[in-house]
Write a protein that binds this ligand. Structure first.
Ligand SMILES: CC(C)(COP(=O)(O)OP(=O)(O)OC[C@H]1O[C@@H](n2cnc3c(N)ncnc32)[C@H](O)[C@@H]1OP(=O)(O)O)[C@@H](O)C(=O)NCCC(=O)NCCS
Length: 134
């Protein structure tokens, strides 16, 4: 396990799911790629809402796996938008095991994901103002 900077989840819940037997690797542990995929989905939820439309992932930085995930764990992904550029958004994503309300949540991972707002042709577009356009 690695040291964690925060002891409670930071950000907004953007995704919750349960680790299933089909998500295991050859050792019977949950596959790290599955967890990164869940984090990417959580970030995409936050980025799409902020960008009012299509986005794509361009980079993942500082990805750390703090704790193993087991079958049946409830995985909750928390997102915080840390920076908005012209076309890009940097979103801090933390995954926590939150299955038992009588126990402290356990930090599983964190990473900084960058998303780019794109148009119908897949080209970067400006991230619009925060206010909803409708
Ligand atoms: C995302 C994509 C449309 C961007 O197109 P591009 O021509 O490279 O865009 P730009 O160079 O103008 O960069 C766009 C933004 O991304 C940022 N960016 C570029 N490379 C980056 C990197 N390695 N890390 C973080 N941000 C990066 C730029 O700073 C810019 O941000 P800003 O407008 O807020 O200043 C293009 O790279 C792409 O389609 N990549 C593949 C995405 C994909 O398939 N993702 C899913 C993976 S399975």
């Amino acid at each position: 396990m690695t040291a964690t900077a925060t002891v409670t989840p930071q950000g907004t819940i953007s995704l919750q799911t349960i680790a299933m037997p089909a998500d295991t690797n050859w050792n019977g542990d949950i596959f790290g790629g599955w967890l990164v995929s869940q984090m990417d989905l959580a970030g995409a939820v936050a980025a799409r809402r902020r960008a009012h439309g299509r986005i794509t992932t361009i980079a993942i930085d500082g990805m750390v796996f703090h704790h193993p995930v087991h079958i049946g764990d409830v995985v909750t992904c928390f997102t915080t938008i840390e920076h908005i550029g012209n076309t890009s958004m940097k979103i801090r994503i933390e995954a926590w095991e939150t299955g038992d309300p009588c126990r402290e949540p356990v930090k599983l991972t964190d990473g900084l994901f960058t998303y780019v707002a794109i148009d119908e042709q897949g080209k970067p577009r400006l991230v619009p103002p925060e206010a909803c356009p409708v």
